[in-house]
Design a protein around this ligand. Structure first.
Ligand code: FES
Length: 255
């Protein structure tokens, strides 16, 4: 099982969006290197709930759902990196063997204006939902005579490109890794996963215009090609999709 770890966790506590937040220090012992980062927070919360930690009334609020890298809910800055020190994984897939015994670990919520803090480590990412509502969908024939998707020929390279874009889980790591707080990687993945496929061509023009306009309206910054988003994306989404989206955007004015 490996040597159990003793860690010093400096965790951001903030009661709500109106009050100021601060780092609070917690000492946790007997952490298995095979446990996940979220399990360590569970362990600490259990101690808080059981009054084993003095003068601490409420457990640490953090987001999670699937705990297997699918839903994108578990979004934390850990030691200054979105999703922590490992690559191509989400926070829920991060294991404590990535840390040294005695290490100090800083845990913070996403820091971006379009993701306001709700409490402690939880932020409001509904700005992403509003971008999706503005155009992230396809028209489906519900007349009772739908076309079988398998009857539409799609070349392998296009199918692969659309699939690679569709694995974006909307966690927001791309935004908080970017010095401009740009959401271009997220929006471009969503635009591409639909617009590359024949089923998504109907709203192609409207989709890119609406989603890019909504992204700007929500207060996300511009892309200056530093590729920090690609470097920190837990799903390895390529910035090539940003180029594709830019072409789609220009094309929407010319056809
Ligand atoms: S909890 Fe779903 S991706 Fe981490």
């Amino acid at each position: 099982m490996g040597k159990l770890l003793s860690l010093k966790l400096k965790i951001w506590r903030q009661r709500n969006n109106k009050e100021k937040g601060f780092f609070k220090t917690y000492h946790v012992n007997n952490i298995s290197p095979n446990s996940s980062f979220l399990e360590t927070l569970d362990f600490l919360n259990n101690q808080i709930i059981c009054n084993e930690i003095k003068k601490e009334s409420s457990p640490i609020a953090f987001d999670h759902d699937c705990r297997e890298g699918i839903c994108g809910m578990c979004s934390l800055y850990i030691n200054g990196r979105p999703h922590g020190p490992d690559n191509l994984i989400t926070t829920c897939q991060l294991h404590m063997r990535n840390f040294r015994d005695g290490e100090t670990i800083y845990v913070e919520p996403w820091r971006a204006k379009p993701f306001p803090i709700i409490k402690d480590l939880i932020v409001d990412r509904s700005s992403f939902d509003r971008i999706m509502i503005s155009g992230g969908y396809i028209s489906v024939n519900t007349s009772g005579n739908p076309i079988d998707g398998n009857m539409i020929p799609i070349s392998k390279d296009i199918a692969d490109k659309a699939f690679d874009a569709s694995i974006c889980i909307g966690c927001g790591a791309c935004v908080v890794a970017c010095k401009n707080r740009s959401a271009m990687l997220f929006v471009s993945a969503k635009v591409s996963q639909f617009s590359l496929l024949p089923q998504g061509k109907i709203e192609r023009k409207r989709r890119v215009l609406n989603m890019v306009n909504k992204m700007d309206e929500e207060g996300f910054g511009s892309c200056t090609n530093t590729k920090a988003c690609e470097a920190e994306c837990p799903k390895g989404i390529s910035t090539e999709y940003i180029s594709f989206m830019n072409k789609e955007y220009i094309r929407s004015f010319t056809i």
